[in-house]
Write a protein that binds this ligand. Structure first.
Ligand SMILES: Cc1ncc(COP(=O)(O)O)c(C=O)c1O
Length: 387
């Protein structure tokens, strides 16, 4: 980036930024001549379990596999419904199709953009076999309420904590509220190993089943969903730096929020006072007073600022609105399914809060640790109160 005060573009720092620790870790694996899951993965699993304060932590190839195994371990299958948030990555809901079960999309609430507890409760039926919620961009969802409702109805809760390494509510780490939680270690994530995932649980039975399903167990249809030694070794490096990195992300979010509090264009979202966010990304509300929003957003992007509209709601995704029937069939049209989603047109679902916010009224910005005041000030100058 130009150091000139009047520079017209910025080079936003990339993430992740690996250094000598990671080089040594990778070399250690190469020298060991053992590349698929063994010592490094086991060590990482133990360290992550300690970090989270949970009994079992199983390393996987990615979080999508973790979500799939979570449902498989809970015996979710044909004829079952799974309640799922409509604001998330496709894996959070496509895992339901992998088990031939029926997704029932729930609305979000405006405060955290997480699954709305009231909407979730209203959609529980005798067919409900599990609930999957997400802590989007590391902002804790209303997990305490969601967890209470699931306990009341004895329905297992799966936390998709892919964005939320190290985030907390009242000192309790996200990923320890649900019966099962899943974290992503994908390249872009805050704990990044390239590709990787972790499934966490306190339940011995679930852990044993996931252990078997992960790598060619005999009893059930099982998979090769193993983590590599490289991922295990890099995961250990990332974990030692995670808390420090999270502190910087929080500082960046607070700085942006303070400096943009009088902006007529955006309002920065912060977590509530009793929460600690992981700020995988900072989310900004687009204000109605931002005229020329679309044109200006494009201009900002052309200047190198990675500010973008957020994700389209999942109930509008082609997986749930296919133009032709997939080979596995459509679980909601299957004769064995007797619930209210029969022959549903997902795109017509009435989910007012998620439809209002996503994708156009929420912007995402990556404030990774290498991001300095220079980059943040560049953005602030362009969308702050003087503009
Ligand atoms: C919320 C959420 N869940 C699950 C996933 C899937 O993670 P992975 O790429 O590790 O399979 C992602 C990926 O971006 C995600 O954002």
């Amino acid at each position: 980036m130009s150091k000139n005060k009047n520079f017209s573009s910025v080079t936003w720092p990339t993430w992740p930024q690996y250094g000598s620790d990671e080089e040594k870790a990778v070399q250690r694996v190469i020298k060991s001549n053992q590349l698929f899951a063994e010592k490094e993965v086991r060590r990482f699993e133990k360290q992550y379990a300690n970090y989270l304060g949970i009994k079992h932590c199983l390393g996987l190839g990615n979080a999508t596999q973790g979500l799939h195994l979570a449902l498989a371990a809970l015996d979710v299958g044909e004829g079952d419904e799974v309640l799922v948030t409509s604001y998330s990555w496709i894996s959070t809901a496509s895992c339901i199709l992998m088990q031939n079960a029926v997704p029932v999309f729930c609305d979000i609430e405006s405060e955290s953009l997480g699954m709305c507890p009231q909407d979730m409760e209203s959609k529980i039926t005798p067919f409900t076999k599990a609930v999957i919620m997400t802590h989007m961009f590391g902002y804790p969802a209303k997990i305490e309420e969601l967890s209470q409702i699931c306990k009341k109805y004895s329905i297992p809760l799966i936390e998709d904590a892919s964005h939320a390494h190290g985030a907390e509510v009242e000192g309790k780490k996200l990923g320890t509220y649900g019966d099962i939680s899943v974290f992503s270690l994908h390249q872009r994530k805050t704990l990044s190993v390239g590709d990787g995932g972790i499934l966490c649980t306190d339940n011995d039975e679930v852990a044993n089943k996931v252990y078997r399903l992960r790598s060619f167990g005999d009893e059930d249809l099982s998979y090769n969903y193993r983590m590599t030694e490289f991922a295990g070794a890099l995961g250990q490096c990332g974990l030692t730096k995670l808390d420090k990195h999270n502190e910087i992300r929080i500082e960046n979010a607070l700085y942006l929020s303070e400096k943009l509090q009088r902006s007529s264009k955006v309002r920065v979202r912060l977590t509530r006072s009793f929460e600690k966010g992981a700020y995988y990304g900072v989310l900004l509300d687009v204000l109605d007073t931002w005229v020329d929003f679309e044109d200006e957003l494009t201009k900002l992007q052309n200047m190198g600022i990675p500010l973008g509209e957020t994700w389209t709601p999942l109930h509008l995704h082609p997986h749930f609105n296919p133009v032709k029937t997939p080979a596995r069939g459509l679980p909601w049209n299957h004769p064995s399914y007797k619930g209210a989603m029969k022959n549903i047109h997902y795109k017509d679902l009435d989910l007012p809060i998620v439809n209002y916010h996503c994708p156009k009224r929420i912007l995402e910005l990556y404030v990774h640790p290498p991001c300095s005041r220079i980059e943040l000030d560049f953005l602030i100058k362009l969308i702050g109160d003087n503009n």
